[in-house]
Design a protein around this ligand. Structure first.
Ligand code: ADP
Length: 717
């Protein structure tokens, strides 16, 4: 039965183990896969951060460009002249210096210039090209070499003057002069089909120049490369249009009085013909030379800029020029020109980018020099005004914006091409060209490092959990095993007790019956039967005493009565009591008592110790050749030692510790010869402990068991 229960528990245990192991296994797999998902999530999040940075940069750069263009667009057309007469009520207003006169560089604009219908280059910083500084000369030379050919050498600017039939009638409206647009002056652009032809008077629509730049060799090649790359890894790169098309494209109309317009035109013509050469001091050239030693060095430091601005304020129009202006105005007032107070409309178109190849061969990030041009029409006069886009300043602004929005651990590189190590590439498409903004990961493997760290923690925790579960299951297994062993021992105990009870009871019943029926004829036999019945009753009593004592001890109810006495006397009485049993079994009981003196002990406990040890010796040494049992007492330091020695089979070393456990019996129940309950030695041990003593087993010579029970003798002394 115990075996059946054991195997059932065994099976149940393994089922529990399997369920727990399966659960833990599933948890481990789930944990690992969620780690993988976490890694993917981190990568996606980081990717999103890069995209957000690129978006913000695009927005910021676009805002800067729009603001810049809006400022440039709102400039009066006269700002592009060296001197001009501002629009004022007083017709004799003095000449003033152009606000753009101070420097070649102004934010994103570099080198303002104006082209009139004769392809004359007028600029606000050099009164005469001959007297200009080398920086200005270089720049103007660049315009002549590169820009003018692109614009058809200015030939297209030659327009036929269309006289209004009656200037007085039409002076209030500019619409009688056919409006032209910038594309009318740039045949090279129109020829490439980027700009569709429009009818006269139609407001300028958004001018597309993308086709123009894509035809530039370097750019076209790059464009193709980028396109093919984007197919393979579109999530890591994207285009961000910063198109000037999206900026305000309204055509401005400014009003001026005809007198003011004539005056400015006259000065402009005079200036371009270098008539005032002898009287004008080119103070801005001097400044330009001082401040701009190198044309390409646009990075004028902040201190220099401020210094420059201060000096600019001090520049006054030279007296000679003012004098000439007053004279000119006097001449004008002498001549009777009709309609001087009429309103003249100045039509200013929005800026349009145009990319022109650089003859230096150094095209920078764009395919060439980018110029922003606007068409200004004043009645039948057509002007092109504009400036070169300061590419390096633009890149600096892109760089500033990027710096501002970068997140932790990010870096960047601005170049023409996509870098292979870039975590995300934003192609800022300006319409006239592209800037490739490579966003970099400063520590490219930080996500992997973080995931590895979490993974290590995960494995460590997993290992601890597995260990804890294994330890718990092992403990559970051990407890279960012990429970099973205990229950097996109890089963054995019950069958042993039944057996132990049955044997003496059977013989008592048999002898009683014989005596009762008077079947025993002789007195000797009768006496023998009575003696046997007594002995069997005593055996029963001993058995029951053992069981009861063990039960009392287990429940903590066992009471000991320590009294002073001589232990040798007590033991001798027990030996004498057991002698008849020994005689019957063919044993000789010997005693060797040493004088141990009087000490305090529980008499019943000592009696039971000696009975149990003698009983065992009689039981287990039954087959021994040497049938002497020696009971000895001696004094050993703090202990009175009782020894019982037999010469039976003895006890194997491996069993020696276990025999003192309750219900433990050596060997197998089926093969066991001697009867017993497995409580005898357990009680001996408990009683010895109650006397603060010990029990041990020593192998006897040549064979046999020698039990030594020590009782502390210091009580009552
Ligand atoms: P039992 O009722 O079985 O005698 P005990 O607790 O007295 O129970 O003894 C435990 C076991 O120790 C016995 O089953 C027996 O195998 C072994 N044993 C005890 N005394 C001796 C001995 N003198 N010689 C051999 N074996 C012994």
């Amino acid at each position: 039965m115990a075996f059946g229960r054991y195997s059932f528990m065994h099976r149940r245990f393994w089922i529990i183990c399997s369920v727990i192991a399966a659960g833990l296994g599933v948890l481990s797999v789930l944990g690992l896969s969620s780690l993988g998902m976490h890694e993917k999530g981190l990568r996606a999040e980081r990717q999103q951060e890069f995209i957000t940075v690129a978006e913000k940069v695009r927005f910021d750069v676009k805002k800067k460009l729009d603001t810049f263009l809006a400022t440039e667009q709102s400039r009066a057309y006269t700002d592009y002249q060296y001197y001009y007469v501002p629009m004022a009520d007083n017709q004799a207003a003095a000449l003033v210096r152009s606000p753009l006169g101070g420097a070649l560089s102004n934010g994103l604009a570099y080198g303002y210039f104006q082209l009139d219908s004769t392809s004359q280059i007028v600029n606000p910083y050099a009164v005469s090209p001959d007297r200009a500084s080398s920086v200005v000369k270089d720049y103007v030379g660049n315009l002549e070499r590169n820009l003018l050919p692109a614009l058809g050498n200015g030939e297209s600017l030659q327009v036929t003057r269309i006289e209004p039939s009656d200037p007085k009638e039409d002076s209030l409206s500019a619409s009688s002069y056919p409006a032209r647009t910038l594309s009318d002056y740039i045949p090279s652009i129109r020829g490439r089909g980027a700009i569709t032809d429009r009818k006269a008077n139609e407001p300028t629509p958004a001018v597309k120049t993308k086709a123009l730049e894509s035809e530039t060799p370097g750019k076209a090649g790059q464009g193709k490369k980028v396109a093919s790359k984007s197919k393979s890894d579109s999530s890591r790169r994207s285009r961000y249009p910063i198109d000037l098309e999206q900026t305000d494209k309204t055509i401005q109309v400014q009003n001026r009085s005809r007198g003011n317009f004539y005056m400015n035109e006259a000065y402009n013509v005079a200036n371009s013909r270098q008539q005032q050469e002898q009287v004008m001091l080119d103070e801005s050239d001097l400044l330009a030379q001082r401040m701009m030693p190198d044309m390409n060095s646009f990075e004028v430091g902040q201190v220099q800029r401020e210094q420059f601005a201060r000096q600019k304020e001090q520049i006054l129009v030279p007296n000679e020029v003012q004098q000439a202006a007053v004279e000119f105005q006097g001449q004008m007032s002498d001549v009777d020109i009709p309609g001087l107070n009429d309103v003249v409309q100045v039509r200013i178109e929005p800026f349009t980018p145009i990319t022109v190849a650089d003859d230096n061969g150094d095209n920078g990030v764009f395919a060439g020099q980018v110029f922003l041009l606007r068409h200004v029409q004043i009645e039948d006069q057509h002007l092109l005004q504009g400036f070169r886009l300061d590419e390096r300043e633009l890149l600096r602004q892109v760089s500033d914006s990027t710096q501002q929005f970068l997140r932790r651990g990010m870096g960047f590189d601005i170049s023409k091409a996509e870098l292979p190590e870039a975590a995300y590439t934003a192609v800022l498409d300006f319409g006239f060209g592209e800037v490739v903004l490579n966003l970099l990961e400063r520590q490219p493997d930080w996500i992997m490092a973080r995931v590895t760290q979490i993974r290590n923690w995960f494995f460590a925790i997993l290992a601890i959990v597995w260990l804890a579960v294994i330890v718990a299951l092992a403990t559970f297994w051990r407890n279960m095993y012990e429970q099973v062993q205990l229950s097996r021992k109890k089963d054995d105990f019950i069958s042993a007790v039944s057996h132990e009870l049955r044997t003496p009871l059977t013989s008592i019943r048999m002898y009683t019956e014989m005596l009762e029926k008077d079947w025993v004829k002789t007195d000797g036999k009768r006496k023998e039967y009575y003696s046997t019945m007594r002995q069997e009753s005593e055996r029963l009593t001993r058995l029951i005493e053992n069981v009861l004592d063990f039960s009392r001890i287990q429940r903590g109810k066992k009471r000991y009565e320590f009294t002073m006495g001589n232990v040798n006397t007590c033991i001798d009485e027990v030996v004498e009591m057991m002698r008849p049993y020994a005689d019957r079994a063919g044993f000789t009981l010997l005693t060797e008592f040493e004088e141990v003196g009087s000490f305090s002990f529980d008499r019943d406990a000592v009696v039971q110790i000696v009975i149990n040890l003698l009983d065992n010796a009689l039981k287990y040494a039954r087959e021994a050749d040497d049938k002497f049992i020696l009971v000895r007492t001696c004094q050993q330091k703090d202990y009175v030692v009782i020894e019982v020695e037999d010469h039976g089979p003895g006890i194997a070393r491996s069993q020696q510790k276990k025999i003192f456990d309750a219900f433990y019996r050596c060997g197998d129940e089926s093969t066991r010869q001697a009867t017993g309950t497995g409580l005898g030695l357990a009680l001996v041990k408990r009683f010895a402990e109650a006397h603060h003593g010990f029990v041990e087993i020593v192998s006897a010579k040549p064979t046999g068991a020698l039990f030594r029970v020590g009782l502390a003798n210091h009580y009552g002394k």
